[in-house]
Design a protein around this ligand. Structure first.
Ligand code: MV4
Length: 444
C-alpha cells in the first residue's frame, strides 16, 4: 500500500479523498492555490504545498507545480479527484514517467475514451448497443446527404473530443445539417483543439443512466449498479439517485453485465462510469465512458456500502478486488442534491462569505462539503459547495428525509440551489420517478 498520497484537487472531493487515506493509514499531502490557504483540505492533510495563484490554470491545472509538490513531499501516488487534471492523459502519463502512481486508469485508456467516436466503435465491437450514426469525415455534400438518408432526421452532431454534452447540435433537415456541421466544427476546434465530429440519430426524451464500474489490475471487474442522472441543466447534473426509479432488475443486470464485460475486455483498471441513454421504448445505448470518480459517486456508496475512493486507492496499489459481483447487493435508496452557490432560478454564481450556516444530520443524512461557517466561497472555482446525500429503505422514505434535510440546511450571506431542489421534490413527475433529461426544460 502507498505510504503517502498527494491529493491534486480542492473542496469537498479533496477532503473526501483525505478521509479515505486516513482510514487506510496513508499520509496525505494537499496542494492549494494562494486563495485556498484557509480551506479544510489544507487543514486536514498532513502537509500542504502552495502550487500557485487563484486561477486554476496556474494552480490546480499547473502540472509542473503539482509534480514538484509530489517530488518534494515524496508522495508515491496522486489522486486527481474529478475535474481539473482527472481526465488529462498527459498528466496521467507524466505521473507514470515520474514513477508516481496515478490513482485512476492508465493514461492510454483516458486518451482512448477521450475520443467519443472511437469509444463508440470500441463498444459496438464488444457487443454493447450504440446509437445508430455515422463516423465518416462528412466532407462532401454527397457524403453528408447519404449519411443523413441512412440515419434519418433528427440528427445530433457531436464533437469527437467533446463529451458531457458540450459541442452538440440537433439538425432537422439537410440544410440545417450542412450549416450546423460547420458551426459545431468551428466550436469544437476552439473548445477542444480538434474539429472532428460525428453524427447520431437524435433520441427524444432520453433518460441518462450510468453504471459504476470497478476493475482491478488483475482482470477482475464488477459493477455497483446504476445512477439515474436525468435531472440536468445545461449538462450540469443537479440531482442524482440510486437505484434508478425506472429500471427493473432484469434490465439492470443486462446493462451492468454488458458494461463490465466491455470494460474488463479492454483491460480497464480503477473506477469508471459507463453512461447510457435509455429511450422512451426502454431500449438502451452506450454514450460515453467517464474514466474517473464522479461527483455523484456517494449515492452508489450508500446503496452498496462500498467506499469507492478507498477501492480506487487499493486498486491503484495493485490489490485484487475483495468482492465478486454476487457480493454486491443494492439495498435501499439514495438521493444526492448538489448545493451550488448560485441563484436558485437563474443559476448565476453567488460567491461570498457564508455568514451563518446550519448543516443537517441524523441517520441516513450525509453531507460532503469543504465549507464551514465564515468560509468565503471563491469566484474562481466550480460553484458546488456541498452535496446533501440521503439514504433510506426505499425512494419514498428517502424523499421524506430529503425534504426536512433541505429545510434544515441553511446558508446565510450567499444564495444556493436549495430552493430549486425543494421545487423539484414537489413536482408530481419527479415524485412519480418517471422523468427524463427534458424534465427541467419542460417544467421549470
Ligand atoms: C444524445 C442525446 C440524444 N440523442 N445523443 C448529452 C451529454 C452527452 N454525454 C450525451 N448527451 C446526449 N446525447 C443522442 N444521439 C441527448 C443527450 C442529452 C443529454 C444526455 C444525458 C443527460 C442530459 C442530456 C440533456 C440533453 C441532451
Amino acid at each position: 500500500m502507498f505510504k503517502k498520497v498527494l491529493v491534486a484537487n480542492r473542496g469537498e472531493i479533496a477532503l473526501r479523498i483525505i478521509r479515505a487515506c486516513k482510514e487506510l493509514s496513508i499520509k496525505t499531502v494537499s496542494v492549494h492555490s494562494t486563495a485556498d490557504a484557509d480551506s479544510l483540505h489544507v487543514r486536514f492533510a498532513d502537509e500542504s504545498y502552495c502550487i500557485g495563484p487563484a486561477k486554476s490554470s496556474q494552480s490546480y491545472l499547473n502540472i509542473p507545480s503539482i509534480i514538484s509538490a509530489a517530488e518534494v513531499s515524496n508522495a508515491d501516488a496522486i489522486h486527481p479527484g474529478y475535474g481539473f487534471l482527472a481526465e488529462n492523459p498527459d498528466f496521467a502519463e507524466i505521473c507514470e514517467t515520474c514513477n508516481i502512481k496515478f490513482i485512476g486508469p492508465p493514461s492510454k485508456q483516458i486518451k482512448n475514451f477521450g475520443n467519443k467516436a472511437k469509444a463508440k466503435e470500441l463498444m459496438l465491437s464488444l457487443g454493447v448497443p450504440v446509437i445508430q450514426g455515422y463516423t465518416g469525415k462528412c466532407e462532401t455534400r454527397k457524403e453528408i446527404s447519404l449519411a443523413a438518408k441512412e440515419i434519418g432526421f433528427p440528427i445530433l452532431i457531436k464533437a469527437v473530443s467533446g463529451g458531457g454534452g458540450r459541442g452538440m447540435r440537433v439538425a432537422r433537415n439537410v440544410e440545417e445539417l450542412e450549416k450546423y456541421l460547420k458551426i459545431v466544427r468551428g466550436e469544437a476546434q476552439v473548445s477542444f483543439g480538434s474539429d472532428e465530429v460525428y453524427l447520431e440519430k437524435y433520441i427524444q426524451n432520453p433518460k441518462h443512466i450510468e453504471f459504476q464500474i470497478l476493475c482491478d489490475e488483475h482482470g477482475n471487474g464488477i459493477h455497483l449498479g446504476e445512477r439515474e442522472c436525468s435531472i440536468q441543466r445545461r449538462h450540469q447534473k443537479l440531482l442524482e439517485e440510486a437505484p434508478s426509479p425506472s429500471l427493473d432488475g432484469k434490465l439492470r443486470d443486462k446493462m451492468g453485465e454488458l458494461a463490465v464485460k466491455a470494460m474488463k475486455s479492454i483491460g480497464y483498471a480503477n473506477a469508471g462510469t459507463v453512461e447510457f441513454l435509455v429511450d422512451e421504448g426502454g431500449d438502451f445505448f452506450f454514450i460515453e465512458v467517464n474514466p474517473r470518480i464522479q461527483v455523484e459517486h456517494p449515492v452508489t456508496e450508500m446503496v452498496t456500502g462500498v467506499d469507492l475512493i478507498k477501492e480506487q486507492i487499493k486498486i491503484a496499489a495493485g490489490e485484487k478486488l475483495a468482492f465478486k459481483q454476487e457480493d454486491i447487493r443494492i439495498q435501499g435508496h439514495s438521493i444526492q442534491c448538489r448545493i451550488n452557490a448560485e441563484h436558485p432560478e437563474t443559476f448565476v454564481p453567488s460567491p461570498g462569505k457564508i455568514t451563518s450556516l446550519n448543516i443537517p444530520g441524523g441517520l441516513g443524512v450525509r453531507v460532503d462539503t469543504g465549507i464551514y461557517g465564515g468560509y468565503n466561497v471563491l469566484p474562481f472555482y466550480d460553484s458546488l459547495i456541498a452535496k446533501l446525500i440521503v439514504f433510506d429503505k426505499d425512494r419514498e422514505a428517502a424523499l421524506a428525509k430529503l425534504k426536512w434535510a433541505l429545510e434544515e440546511f441553511h446558508f446565510g450571506g450567499i444564495q444556493t440551489t436549495i430552493p430549486f431542489h425543494q421545487k423539484v421534490l414537489q413536482h408530481p413527475q419527479f415524485k412519480s420517478g418517471n422523468y427524463n433529461t427534458n424534465f427541467l426544460e419542460t417544467y421549470f
